[in-house]
Ligand binder design. Structure first.
Ligand code: CMC
Length: 433
């Protein structure tokens, strides 16, 4: 294959180098385009733009393939755990037993939050959204650990192991505390003896007078949910993390920005939006047919939430795994007839036969069934997106590190095509219409 592409523009020819990734993905290198031609590229929503070279996650959206550091998501879902996969994503390889032990010890060590942080939670009004609290508190970690948040990448990288363990461990503690705060419940502190997921469920659901002990199936379902969300290359929140990191900002500030980007209903908020959609279909007595009819408009407010994806033009492999594990999880929880699940299954069945969805290659994404799993596990609805954030933390951390340790790092600074008013005179207030 030629290592160059030729661009004809305004009567001249320009050579664009071709970059080929390890999985054969091709990219035209336009880094010198503006200098050579005076023109920039225009790509609304960045759907055709490679913003970086990355070694972390590979997705083939047409084939429905997802791999973390070369490992198929199906293999990890079957054989690994969230914590082990987090290590893989952050450090590049699966840990040996000593590395895994050390990682676990660090997570246990950092599971409690500084007692002064309790006062930060107190400052939020009752009913505050846990995503707002999570983002604010993650950012504040830089104040409690100033030596890990110098905003000088070389120094922050020197303490990366500690900072990354703090972020992974404390996101779970802060998430549980923000839930308890939003319900006016007393905080439950982490237990060092419990594994990652069990500890989270303990902090969420134990009472001062009684420990909550999940069944192994519930802990396993949560483990799987987190593992499946651990990274997804350059999605909206990860690109946000990389953008913030590109200015040299510390890990905590960068991942806090990721939480904000994740919050919206087109991204992580979709798992909550799916349940709201299913509930409203159920309340209207519709079996899904009327909703599908309206969803064909593709308009906001009518979209079939949990369907479609910028990258997957096929069944999202994560949705496949979640769907397959669903029946087992429901059986272990003793849930037989969930009307929302029946509506979801009907929506999927109808949409996958419908020309509108087929022609646009809209298939279920990870959020279509993940909200239902969370609901079955007893996770409250306003925590769904927070659960996504806990799962995505390893990915955000790995991408922060990739940016911070890149000796050729360039600050992210896209250009624009200006379409506003051309220069016009200043009119004094008295003369304005
Ligand atoms: N329901 C109905 N129509 C849709 C849907 C949908 N869920 N998604 C896309 N379309 C239509 C859209 O109207 C457009 O039609 P037309 O070509 O006639 O104008 C066409 O499909 C292409 O849509 P798009 O908005 O250009 O696609 P996109 O790549 O910009 O958006 C998306 C991707 C995920 C934002 C979108 O599919 C969507 O809004 N889905 C529902 C929200 C959702 O489930 N989000 C979770 C994404 S997966 C988890 C994550 O990574 O965050």
């Amino acid at each position: 294959m030629s290592k160059e592409a030729t661009l004809q523009f305004e009567g001249k020819e320009f050579k664009l180098p071709v970059i080929v990734g390890t999985e054969g993905e091709k990219a035209l290198d336009v880094r010198n385009l503006r200098a050579q031609t005076g023109a920039i590229t225009y790509d609304d929503g960045f759907g055709n733009t490679g913003s970086c070279l990355s070694e972390i996650t590979f997705i083939d959206g047409d084939a429905g393939v997802l791999r973390y550091r070369g490992h198929a998501i199906e293999d990890l879902a079957e054989h690994s755990s969230f914590v082990e996969t987090a290590y893989l994503i952050i450090h590049g390889n699966l840990p040996n037993s000593a590395e895994r032990r050390r990682f676990g010890d660090l997570l246990r060590l950092h599971s409690p939050v500084h007692s002064a942080m309790d006062h930060l939670f107190e400052g939020f009004p009752l009913g505050s959204h846990p995503m707002a609290i999570l983002s604010a508190l993650l950012n504040s970690l830089g104040c409690y650990y100033p030596h890990l948040a110098t905003n000088r990448p070389t120094e922050d990288l020197a303490n990366f192991e500690e900072a990354s363990a703090i972020a992974i461990s404390k996101v779970r503690t802060i998430a549980a505390m923000s839930y308890r705060k939003s319900r006016g419940l007393p905080y439950i502190y982490p237990k060092r003896t419990l594994p990652y997921c069990e500890n989270f469920l303990h902090m969420m659901f134990s009472q001062p007078y009684e420990d909550f002990v999940p069944t192994p199936e519930v802990a396993q379902a949560l483990n799987l949910f987190l593992l499946l969300h651990a990274d997804h290359e350059q999605n909206c929140s990860t690109s946000t993390v990389r953008m913030v990191a590109s200015s040299g900002a510390n890990l905590f500030a960068s991942v806090a920005a990721g939480v904000c980007a994740l919050w919206g209903p087109l991204h992580g908020g979709a798992n909550m939006a799916v349940i709201e959609m299913l509930e409203s279909i159920h309340a209207e007595g519709d079996d899904g047919s009327k909703f599908i009819e309206a969803a064909r408009s593709g308009k906001a407010g009518h979209r079939l939430m949990g369907f479609g994806h910028r990258v997957y033009r096929n069944y999202d492999p994560r949705a496949k795994i979640i769907k397959a594990s669903f029946d087992k999880a429901l059986a272990s929880l003793g849930i037989k007839d969930d009307p929302l699940l029946q509506i979801a299954r009907r929506l999927e069945e109808v949409a996958l036969r419908d020309d509108y969805f087929l022609s646009r290659r809209l298939y279920p994404n990870v959020d279509f069934y993940s909200g239902l799993i969370m609901r079955a596990l007893g996770i409250p609805q306003n925590m769904f997106t927070v659960m996504f954030a806990i799962g995505r933390m390893p990915g955000w951390i790995a991408h922060w590190k990739e940016v911070a340790s890149n000796p050729k790092n360039k600050i992210y600074r896209p250009r624009q095509v200006y379409t506003g008013a051309v220069r016009r005179p200043f009119v004094p207030m008295a003369e304005r219409p």
